[in-house]
Design a protein around this ligand. Structure first.
Ligand code: CU
Length: 161
């Protein structure tokens, strides 16, 4: 190893160590999460939807394999997609996961992909937040806090499961 490459790798190592100690794993994670939110629900609501945008910053595909919330928020969290089926909007659980291509974004938004919370312990209250953990095939888990914003009164379509 020449002195030059040695000092370069030492620098890279220092940067890596700094990232590890100064921040959490999120700084070096191949996926970033932005624009996340949940809608407030009625107090007795059984389900709620979470939305966010994922971006794969790496040069290899990354697959979102699962989602999880703590049991004191909901008994289950699932990846859902919304499909038109004979003029009916239907939601389907995406058990196979979703691949995000390199440098691509994946939006979870009303009318499309969303994370569905099932068996809500209590309604989601505006101003609070939901801690959601995302799991990937080739990257560590990523936990993100999603703010709960006001109910969407006009577009409020109830989810039936
Ligand atoms: Cu759903």
């Amino acid at each position: 190893m020449t002195p030059n490459t040695h000092s370069l790798s030492f620098k890279l190592l220092s940067v890596f160590m700094f990232a590890l100690t100064a921040c959490s794993v999120q700084a070096t994670h191949p996926v970033s999460v932005s624009d996340g939110f949940a809608r407030a629900t009625f107090p007795m609501a059984q389900s709620a939807a979470l939305y966010f945008t994922l971006r794969n910053k790496s040069e290899t595909p990354v697959k979102l394999t699962g989602v999880n919330v703590s049991n004191d928020i909901a008994s289950d969290a699932q990846i859902h997609t919304t499909e038109m089926n004979n003029d009916m909007m239907r939601m389907r659980e995406v058990k196979e996961g979703i691949v995000i291509a390199p440098s691509e974004s994946l939006s979870f938004a009303p009318g499309g992909y969303h994370v569905m919370l099932l068996g809500l312990e209590k309604g989601l209250v505006e101003g609070n937040s939901v801690s959601l953990t995302l799991s990937f095939d080739a990257a560590p888990d990523y936990t993100v806090d999603l703010p709960i914003i006001g109910m969407d009164k006009e577009a409020s379509h109830q989810h039936h499961h």
